[in-house]
Structure formats: structure tokens, C-alpha cells
Design a protein around this ligand. Structure first.
Ligand SMILES: *[C@@H]1O[C@H](CO)[C@@H](O)[C@H](O)[C@H]1NC(C)=O
Ligand SMILES: *[C@@H]1O[C@H](CO)[C@@H](O)[C@H](O)[C@H]1NC(C)=O
Length: 364
């Protein structure tokens, strides 16, 4: 076992308060999410309309070639995993994925446009909703069971770390769209209840599949993403969307706590960075940012530009923009969000190995 993986195991033990079995060294992550966590799945969905496969996506990541992340650099899950010394799980549809790479690195099932609800964002044509991602995870489990045998496979899946990070699309690309069926069926409160009940069933299903250590990411002030500001009449944040995010965070956080006490051996945590991002948007200079209301990558004055494309123009200093495109935070904002989640989860950075950084960290 390397010093680094020993550090990671120790941290996980610290965070989740679990007893570590030192005979099994490798802890990996299984990540379920949307475009905020996608590391390439949608690139391989030939019919998907939500893809990050053109410049300038990925410009601050590695060699700068688009890699499927809907960002100029790293996702929040990248940064949190790096901090814990965990390998970055490859996309499920990555052609190099096989049993050995799964055992070494885990799998990322996240898909741009994906929601908690099956009916979310159907107009992207192809995307993995959370239920679909869990079905795909069951397929992954079958592969590993064949390779290791049932007993070792169960142990592997119980020791792994799970991340579940969805919800924005269920609002932005479903409930808050006047054409969506759900906007006719539910009130704000009953929609949040429906969403969190669905998420509860999904997390319970993951527990029945072996998940014991699981992090649920909450939502940020989604009424302040550039796309939502453009849709509001005065360019301000949309208050209703922000209230929905706060309400989701409150109800989902309680649900996660309840599951932790009711499901055997469950160590489930909920974390959001709503307040810090809200403050960052209101006071960007306090955090070393200069812009918090428009996308760094934009197509002249045409707004909203639904995606960043090669003909788009980039802002001068990408590290000083909160938003990379109409929907997604920049690498430097993601660093701030990850720092906040790490702080809330109550662990500090290991001093064994500094987390790799692809872009300048914001001053904070
Ligand atoms: C959601 O989709 C999954 C398949 O991905 C299906 O098994 C499930 O029954 C669907 N749930 C609802 C409520 O439609
Ligand atoms: C809970 O943990 C104990 C001790 O490791 C184990 O014996 C038991 O089988 C576990 N139960 C479940 C449902 O995972």
C-alpha cells in the first residue's frame, strides 16, 4: 500500500467513522450525477444534445483537449476525490474501462442532462437519469462478481465510496419550464417532496446493492446561473429557483440523516455549498473573482448561448469568473465549492500529498 492510499483510507475512516479492514487496500468511488459531474459519458451517447466535446471545454484541464467535462477544468467531485487521495473514476462509457480499471479506479456514471426523475430533460434525447445510472451500476456489479466471486465482490462494493449529485436538471430542465408536465402537476412544495421521495428510494436501492458510505451533494443558488438571469426580466437572480434549491437542500438533508439512522451500517452524508456560493455571487471581489453574473465563454452578445462552442469568445482571466458557461461554474468556483464541502464534512487536507491543481486557486 502506498503512503498516499494509506492516507486516503485513514481520511475515509475519519470522515465516515468506519472501521477499515487493512487487508483490502483499494477504496474507489462510484459517482452518480449530471453535467456537474460528467467526465465523458455523454460524449459517447451519439444522439445526446448535451455534450462537452468541442473547444473550449477542458481548456484548463491537462492538455486542454475537450474531455467531456462541462467546465474549463475540474469538477467538484474531481477536487474532493483528489483531496481524499482517491483515483478519479473514468466514465462508464470510456472504451478503456474493464474489470481491472474498475477495481483500480471505480466508475463515473454521471451524464449531462440527467435528473433524479426519469421524465427530466427528455429533450436532450439521450442521457442517463439516476435510475438508469443505477441499472448500469448493477451491470458493473455483475462483471465484478464474475471476476472476484460473490463474497469478495460484496466486500469491495461495501468498502467503496458513493457520490450522488443530481437535482438541478429536475428544476431547471423540468419543473421550472412552463412546457413540462411536472410544472402542471405539482406545487413548489409538493414537487420538492416528490423529488426527495424519489431520491430516497434510489439511495435505499443503492444501499441494498451494498453502498454503505455515501455522500449526497446539495444544490447551489441555481436561480443565479447566467441562463436563469437572462430569463428573468431585470437580469437579477430568479428568487423562486433559489428558494426551491434551499427547500430541496433542507428536505434532502433530513432524508439523508434519517436513512443513516434507519439503514444498517449506513454512513450517509449530505453536503451543500449554497451559502458560500450565494456570498460569492453577491461579493465576488471578496473571493478574488471579478465576474459572477455572466459566462466566461459566450457567443458575442447572443444570450443565452446554450453551449460553449469553438466560435465563442472567452473572458480574459478564466480564474476570475464564477461561471464558465450559461449553466456551469468555472474550475476556480468549483475549487471554492469543494473547499466548502470538505470543510463541512469535517476533514482537512492530508499533508501527505497536495491535491493536483489544474488552474489557479481562488484567494480565500
Ligand atoms: C424509471 O426508469 C427505470 C429504467 O431506467 C424504470 O425501471 C423505472 O420503472 C422508471 N420509474 C418510473 C417511476 O417511471
Ligand atoms: C453491518 O456490519 C456488521 C459488522 O461489520 C456485519 O456483520 C453486518 O453483516 C453488516 N450488516 C449489513 C446489513 O451490512
Amino acid at each position: 500500500m502506498t503512503l498516499r492510499s494509506a492516507g486516503a483510507l485513514f481520511l475515509i475512516a475519519l470522515v465516515f467513522g468506519v472501521a477499515i479492514d487493512w487487508s483490502h487496500c483499494k477504496v474507489v468511488q462510484f459517482i452518480f450525477g449530471d453535467s456537474l459531474s460528467d467526465v465523458g459519458n455523454n460524449q459517447y451517447l451519439s444522439k445526446s444534445l448535451a455534450k462537452a466535446n468541442l473547444p473550449w471545454y477542458g481548456i484548463d484541464f491537462g492538455s486542454g483537449v475537450p474531455n467531456g467535462r462541462f467546465c474549463n477544468g475540474r469538477t467538484v467531485a474531481d477536487i474532493i476525490g483528489d483531496t481524499m487521495g482517491l483515483p478519479r473514476p473514468p466514465a462508464l462509457l470510456d472504451p478503456s474501462l474493464n474489470e481491472d480499471t474498475i477495481l483500480e479506479n471505480g466508475v463515473n456514471f454521471a451524464s449531462g442532462g440527467g435528473g433524479i426523475l426519469n421524465e427530466t430533460a427528455t429533450y436532450f434525447i439521450q442521457r442517463f437519469s439516476l435510475y438508469r445510472q443505477i441499472e448500469l451500476f448493477i451491470g458493473t456489479q455483475e462483471l465484478i462478481r464474475e471476476k472476484l466471486g460473490a463474497k469478495a465482490a460484496d466486500k469491495f462494493f461495501q468498502e467503496s465510496l458513493y457520490v450522488v449529485a443530481l437535482g438541478s436538471n429536475d428544476f431547471i430542465n423540468n419543473f421550472l419550464m412552463p412546457v413540462s408536465g411536472d410544472s402542471w402537476t405539482y406545487s413548489d412544495d409538493s414537487f420538492v417532496t416528490y423529488l426527495v421521495q424519489t431520491l430516497q428510494a434510489q439511495i435505499t436501492l443503492l444501499h441494498s446493492l451494498g453502498a454503505r458510505q455515501l455522500l449526497v451533494f446539495g444544490l447551489g443558488p441555481m436561480g443565479c446561473i447566467p441562463l436563469q438571469r437572462v430569463l428573468s426580466t431585470n437580469g437579477e437572480c430568479r428568487d423562486r429557483a433559489n428558494k426551491l434549491a434551499l427547500s430541496f437542500n433542507q428536505v434532502a438533508s433530513q432524508m439523508v440523516d434519517d436513512l443513516t439512522s434507519s439503514l444498517p451500517n449506513a454512513s450517509f452524508r449530505f453536503g451543500d455549498a449554497y451559502n458560500v456560493v450565494d456570498d460569492l455571487i453577491k461579493n465576488p471581489s471578496k473571493y478574488g473573482f471579478t465576474n459572477s453574473d455572466s459566462p466566461c465563454c459566450s457567443f458575442g452578445r447572443i444570450r443565452p448561448a446554450l453551449t460553449c462552442i469553438p466560435a465563442s469568445r472567452l473572458c480574459k482571466d478564466r480564474s476570475k469568473y464564477v461561471f464558465w458557461d450559461e449553466y456551469h461554474p468555472s474550475d476556480s468556483a468549483n475549487q471554492l465549492i469543494a473547499n466548502e464541502m470538505i470543510r463541512k464534512m469535517g476533514f482537512s487536507r492530508p499533508n501527505l500529498s497536495p491535491a493536483p491543481s489544474m488552474a489557479p486557486a481562488p484567494e480565500s
